[in-house]
Design a protein around this ligand. Structure first.
Ligand code: ADP
Length: 162
């Protein structure tokens, strides 16, 4: 039984994340989307909001589960008895940070493998930050995030402006 974790902030989930989730779910028996409750970052969406958005959008994928976690990814992986970490790679800029992270995790938990999946070409520019940036200037984000997420981002941004 291969259980993998796809960790991230998902603030909010984009088409790029969904693409990785769908493709990764075909490679393992169970995929846990691990939503990081990182107190150092100042997310636009609360942890519960991020988890519930991803749950709704992955409802059709039977072997995908969504959970939040705090602290070290290796501890979460051990707790969940997961053998694989999935991360997405877009440009070279992702690489430096990702390899450092993967190697640190490997030192801490040698049985844990990190697998990198290359972004699909049409999402190679896409990040949660880009989606939030465009939305904050009233831009069209329909190519960045699923339709259900659009009103949620807009409402958050309106609230912030008050
Ligand atoms: P983090 O803060 O941990 O980087 P993110 O939510 O930004 O969390 O990203 C989670 C994972 O998804 C990372 O591995 C990231 O590289 C990957 N990812 C984000 N956007 C895309 C995309 N457009 N295509 C492929 N992978 C992506």
């Amino acid at each position: 039984m291969k259980r993998a974790i796809y960790p991230g902030s998902f603030d909010p989930i984009t088409f790029g994340h969904l693409d990785i989730i769908t493709r990764a779910s075909k490679l393992c028996d169970e995929l846990i989307v691990g939503v990081l409750n990182n107190k150092q970052k100042n997310p636009l969406f609360s942890i519960d909001e991020r988890v519930s958005m991803i749950k709704e959008l992955t409802d059709n994928l039977d072997n995908v589960h969504v959970e939040c976690f705090e602290g070290l990814l290796v501890d979460f992986a051990k707790k969940k008895n997961a053998q694989v970490i999935i991360r997405g790679l877009r440009a070279v800029t992702d690489f430096e940070n990702e390899i450092q992270l993967a190697q640190s995790n490997k030192v801490q938990y040698p049985d844990l493998e990190t697998l990198f999946m290359t972004t699909s070409l049409q999402y190679s520019y896409l990040s949660s930050t880009v989606a939030k940036e465009f939305a904050s200037y009233g831009g069209d984000i329909s190519l960045f995030v699923p339709p259900q997420v659009i009103p949620l981002i807009e409402a958050k941004i309106k609230n912030k402006e008050k």
